[in-house]
Design a protein around this ligand. Structure first.
Ligand code: ZN
Length: 243
C-alpha cells in the first residue's frame, strides 16, 4: 500500500509540473482559438457581402439597360407621331410613350434605391475587411508568442507526460497484482472455485445474495474492484457475459 501511495504522490508531482507549464501558456491558447473563430465569422461576412454587392451591381446594370431601352422607345414613338395618318394612331403612340415614361421612372427609382444599398453594403464590407485584417495580425502575433513558449517547454512537457503515463501504468500494474492476489485468495476459499462472478437477477451469481441498486451501478461502471459483501467474490457487470 505504501509503495502505491508513493507512486500516487509521484504522479501528482509530475502532473502538477505539467499544470505549471500550461499555466505559463496562460490564456494564449484560448485567445488564439477566439481569434480563429472571429476570423472564420468575418470571412463568412465578407463573402456574403461580396455576393450581395455583385447581385446589386447586376440589378443596377439591368435597370440601366431598361432605362435606355425605354428612353430610345420614347424617342422612336415621338418621331413616329410626326408621320401619323390619323388621330387613332397618334393616340396609340401617346399611350406607348406614357407607358415607357413610367418604365423610365421605375428604372430610375430602382437604380437610386440600389445605389443607396450599394453604398451601405460597400461600407459594411470595408469595415469587415478591416476587422479581418486586424484580427489576422493579432492572430499572427499571438501565435508567434504561443509558439515560442511552447517551443521552450515542449521537450519538458513531453518528458513529463511520458513520466505521468509510466507512473499510471505502474499503478495499474500494482492494481492488477492486487486484483490477481484477491482472485487467487477467493478462488482457494470458494467451494466452486469461482472468484469472479456476474450480477444476475440483482444478486451475486456466486452466493445469490441481493446486491443494492447503488452497488449494482458501481459494478456496472467497472471503474473499481467491488467484492460481494457476503462471499467476497469479485463482482463484474452482467455485460461481461456477452462479450
Ligand atoms: Zn456473493
Amino acid at each position: 500500500m505504501e509503495t502505491k501511495l508513493h507512486l500516487l504522490y509521484n504522479l501528482q508531482q509530475t502532473d502538477s509540473k505539467i499544470d505549471k507549464i500550461h499555466l505559463l501558456r496562460g490564456e494564449l491558447p484560448l485567445e488564439v482559438q477566439d481569434l480563429e473563430d472571429d476570423i472564420l465569422g468575418l470571412k463568412t461576412r465578407v463573402d456574403n457581402l461580396q455576393t450581395e454587392l455583385k447581385e446589386i451591381e447586376r440589378l443596377v446594370a439591368q435597370k440601366k439597360i431598361d432605362f435606355d431601352n425605354s428612353k430610345s422607345l420614347i424617342e422612336k414613338y415621338t418621331s413616329q407621331q410626326n408621320n401619323v395618318k390619323n388621330n387613332r394612331e397618334f393616340d396609340s403612340l401617346s399611350k406607348e410613350i406614357e407607358f415607357q415614361g413610367l418604365e423610365v421612372q421605375l428604372a430610375e427609382k430602382r437604380i437610386k434605391e440600389n445605389s443607396v444599398l450599394q453604398v451601405e453594403k460597400k461600407s459594411a464590407l470595408a469595415i469587415a475587411q478591416e476587422a479581418l485584417s486586424e484580427r489576422g495580425i493579432d492572430l499572427e502575433n499571438k501565435k508567434k508568442e504561443l509558439d515560442s513558449i511552447v517551443a521552450e517547454t515542449a521537450k519538458e512537457e513531453e518528458e513529463l507526460l511520458k513520466k505521468s503515463a509510466e507512473i499510471s501504468a505502474q499503478i495499474d500494474a500494482r492494481m492488477l497484482a492486487r486484483m490477481l492476489a484477491a482472485y487467487r485468495k477467493v478462488r482457494s476459499n470458494a467451494r466452486n472455485g469461482l472468484a469472479v462472478v456476474t450480477v444476475r437477477r440483482d444478486a451475486c451469481a456466486g452466493c445469490f445474495n441481493k446486491i443494492p441498486p447503488q452497488r449494482q451501478m458501481d459494478i456496472a461502471s467497472s471503474k473499481k474492484i467491488i467484492v460481494c459483501e457476503y462471499c467476497g467474490r469479485i463482482l463484474v457487470s452482467a455485460d461481461f457475459e456477452d462479450q
